[in-house]
Write a protein that binds this ligand. Sequence first.
Ligand code: MRU
Length: 358
Amino acid sequence: MKIEGKEYRTIWFDDKSQTVKIIDQTKLPHQFIIKDLKTAKDAINAIKVMEVRGAPLIGGTAAYGIVLSIMERNDPNFIKKNSEDLIQSRPTAINLKWAVDRVMKKLSGVNNNELLKVALDEANAICEEDIKFCKNIGLNGLKIIEEIYSKKKDTVNILTHCNAGWLATIDWGTATSPIYHAHQKGIKVHVWVDETRPRNQGANLTSYELNEEGIPNTIITDNAGGILMQRGQVDMCIVGTDRTLSNGDVCNKIGTYLKALSAKDNNVPFYVALPSSTIDWSIKDHKQIPIEERNSEELSHVEGVDENNEIKKVRIYPQKSKSLNLAFDVTPAKLVTGLITEKGICEASEKGLKGLFK
Ligand code: MRU
């Protein structure tokens, strides 16, 4: 998708410099900076500090992390250790493990002198596949927006939480892909963007990328969705997911659950958009999902630009106060109207998912 009219992807391998290029998302929306990742440690750090974030993108970054590891030292123990560290770098999104396992499986039994080429081909393939899947999620989700538009004959108001846009994937996004496709078809859409405290991915990233594509959007506080739904100002919700269980339970950015409860109470359809890479077929109970607990400084401090356009961080809480910063929650399948996937839309249930994927 575009930034200042120029097409970008969130990550790519640059043949000339032999580095992995990313858009540093910690600086958005105030500064647009492309950063080089040169080592596996750089990739691990980029995931940890959230220079890259969003389940599919951290999966792609982890895949390139293996490539960088081989470039640094073509030694099986070194590569294995880096693969473990990459998986551990953020615990909740399943895409990390999925991508690392996929590259490592490709490498098994490959001659030392071919490891780099095989890893790079696989990392590129993971990213190309994600783009294709996100595009298909868009085409499938478009049908829901078209249906609402044909009945309403007026702007379709869509609420989203966190950033499940193209910046969270390689391109198109998951939750935003149906929106981009609708906009391109001339359907009038307007997006309610949840600010998404504490890191404000909605305000800083979703609103930013929608603006760059010319899509009308309004930032709201995380607590405003309920009243908008009661007032009939939300036609549907679409969110992303970091881990989808085979029973249809969905783990996503903290606050998603409360939006789903509100949507249920107000008969607002609540959809979750996902590529199959976020499905965790292995665990059955959402209590087994490792929920990332992040530094409490993300709550106690906020970042923005000062009058000189310089990024500044300030404390907003009493110094002595404690805070708890859980990054994700789980929305039970019974609150989800449907899962929008690259293969079609299904019920949020084992039957629904297996019907499409097994
Ligand atoms: O903590 P983040 O910014 O990585 O969280 C991202 C989300 O929760 C997204 O909604 C999720 O990864 C789905 S992205 C397509």
